[in-house]
Design a protein around this ligand. Sequence first.
Ligand SMILES: C[S@@+](CC[C@H](N)C(=O)[O-])C[C@H]1O[C@@H](n2cnc3c(N)ncnc32)[C@H](O)[C@@H]1O
Length: 199
Amino acid sequence: MAVNSYEKPDFWSKKAFSQGYPARSVYKLKEIDEKFGILKKGSKILDLGAAPGSWTVFALRQLDGSGSVTAIDLKPLAKDVRAENLMFIQGDLYNEEVRHLAKSRGPYDAIICDAAPATTGNKIIDTARSAGLVELALYYVTTMLKTGGNFAVKVFQGGDQNALLTEMRKVFENARGFKPKACRSESFETYLIGLNKKA
Ligand SMILES: C[S@@+](CC[C@H](N)C(=O)[O-])C[C@H]1O[C@@H](n2cnc3c(N)ncnc32)[C@H](O)[C@@H]1O
């Protein structure tokens, strides 16, 4: 069976494992947080599309025992991702019960979303599904993020990113795209950042 580059543990995956993170994607959030300071000590964080949990672990470490993280994914978190101030909801972000449960734990100071659709290889379909997840994450933002709160969300490039940013500018004082260096060179993912939610 062919092994593609996504299955080979590269430098970043090895580094992530050695630092106690279950996936290399942690370095993307690290770059986002270093640049925009979205995860603050003592805050309440909602992590959408969280499995296996490297963003969750990074958020917990930033909180340093204070505040809380609520994480949601269709799949379970890696088994060693646990903490007293972590609540994990296994389910579909579109599901009403999941949304209610998430809302009951809010409102949140930051919402981070690394959710990605299962890819088909058809770029038009995959980008449209990714944009759908961004719209869904924006629903969580409008109903569960505090005024002044921050947001970071993954989106596949190639769709109408400008339309999503226009939507985000209605909700946030500041919204922009950001591609972390830790994204794989062959990857067409990028991130949209929303800062300081309007009242
Ligand atoms: C790239 S992974 C997230 C990696 C994670 N941030 C980490 O650092 O470990 C994308 C995740 O989005 C989740 N996902 C995609 N669609 C979802 C949905 N509708 N509801 C819940 N989770 C979803 C997938 O199950 C997958 O685990």
